[in-house]
Design a protein around this ligand. Structure first.
Ligand code: HGY
Ligand code: MN
Ligand code: MN
Ligand code: MN
Length: 407
């Protein structure tokens, strides 16, 4: 029988990491490559070393600790991320990394050896909130994103460049990524499905496609009172129409299409001045790659047309573009069977959120385990999951890794 994890110890680690970059009254902000991210990284490396793991860091700051196996083959890897959005919670990403530490400590306590090494990874900038695209570190690790290009990415607020920030926080390493024998990621669902259906475990079948696009519209400032509507070159009106078109795409396509205007900035931002520039971002996602491609094409064509009609210019920047991925059917079956073996209710489901796992799907057998999110909330400081569910997910992770790594 697989050793039993210690749910209290797991929760303690989640709480400890949750104090790094914590807001008063709850929630965290550990934006990638900030001092708070560095503090989280420093704590994680110290924990890995305390557990006797060999710690590796690559050129984009991905961290992975390896617990030696009796054999020297490719490791079975579990992982996720410890960076957060600016309105983050305690569990998004952290759960997958810290459940990995809990798994290693449980095996150490029991003196359980595995044939294959076990790796626990924390990937750089999974969120993409400060530096786009998201899944940046795992994308470089898996060869899906160009390392040189990613090191040169400037922050969306213009403050900082990835490579310089890595140097500043001391996390630009030189270790070569190792391609695992299999990759498993435990993550909170970040949506309402499991809770609404009263199911404890999600056996994740894949991740929907993600397109992030930034539109910068340039018109002309003018007097809000004297300028007839027909003579305006109003960047704000164009931006609003692009945002409404994104909404129309979601309504027209219906679920699972989603569209989000997360950034919407007008300049000069004065009550009596027609806006000269507008910057907005649109996040489009769909499990169907062709529908998603068509949605993005429709939105960009619309933006160009309405900008021209309004006498404005528009520049369009692709911030992220990931096709949908399907996880390894055999491994998804194993996740489902492992939950059933422990009499845990389980449901096969796609992931609405992006995850580091989607970068591994092309390289090795990959799957994810979801546990419910209270009220489906995430990317919200009130993000919460039931400790028993967190422990259940961590236990399944250990069960599966013991099977895959030959405990
Ligand atoms: O946006 C996402 O889904 C991921 O959390 N970065
Ligand atoms: Mn996450
Ligand atoms: Mn997230
Ligand atoms: Mn994610």
């Amino acid at each position: 029988m697989t050793p039993e994890i210690d749910g209290v110890r797991l929760l303690r680690r989640l709480t400890t990491l949750g104090q790094i970059g914590a807001f008063e009254g709850g929630g965290v902000c550990r934006l990638a490559l900030t001092d708070a991210d560095k503090a989280g990284r420093d704590w994680l490396v110290a924990e890995m070393e305390r557990l006797g793991m060999a710690v590796h860091i690559d050129a984009i700051g991905n961290i992975w600790g390896i617990r030696a196996g009796q054999g020297a083959g490719a490791p079975v890897m579990v992982g996720s991320h410890i960076d957060s959005v600016a309105t983050g919670g305690l569990y998004d990403g952290a759960l997958g990394v810290l459940a990995g530490l809990e798994m290693v400590e449980t095996l150490n306590d029991r003196g359980t050896a595995t044939e294959a090494p076990i790796a626990v990874a924390a990937f750089t900038n999974e969120e993409g909130a400060r530096f786009a695209p998201d899944m940046m570190g795992s994308g470089v690790y898996c060869g899906a994103l160009d390392q040189g290009e990613m090191l040169a990415v400037t922050a969306t607020d213009g403050m900082g460049v990835v490579g310089e920030e890595l140097d500043r926080i001391g996390y630009r390493g030189s270790d070569a990524p190792v391609i695992p024998a299999a990759y498993l990621e435990l993550h909170i669902e970040q949506g309402p499905v499991l809770e609404q259906e009263g199911v404890r475990i999600g056996a994740v079948t894949g991740v929907q496609g993600i397109h992030w696009t930034e539109f910068t519209v340039t018109g002309q400032t003018n007097h809000a009172g004297t300028t007839p509507m027909a003579l305006r070159r109003d960047a704000g009106q164009v931006a609003m129409r692009i945002a409404r078109e994104a909404d129309a795409i979601a309504a027209g396509n219906g679920p699972p299409q989603v569209a989000t205007v997360g950034v919407f900035e007008l300049s000069p931002g004065l009550v009596n001045v027609v806006p000269e520039t507008a910057r907005l971002t649109v996040d489009l996602r769909n499990t169907d790659g062709a529908v998603l491609e068509a949605a993005t094409a429709r939105l960009t064509a619309f933006a160009q047309a309405v900008a021209a009609e309004a006498g404005c210019a528009v520049s369009i920047r692709e911030m992220a573009r990931f096709a949908p991925v399907v996880f390894d059917g055999g491994l998804v079956d194993k996740v489902e069977a492992a939950a059933q073996a422990r009499q845990m209710s389980v449901k096969r489901m796609p992931s609405g959120a992006g995850h580091d796992a989607q970068m591994f799907a092309a390289l090795c057998p990959t799957a994810m385990i979801f546990v419910p999110s209270e009220n489906g909330l995430s990317h919200n400081i009130k993000e919460h999951s039931d400790p028993d569910d967190l422990a259940a997910g961590a236990q399944l992770l250990l069960d599966l890794v013991c099977t895959l790594a030959g405990a």
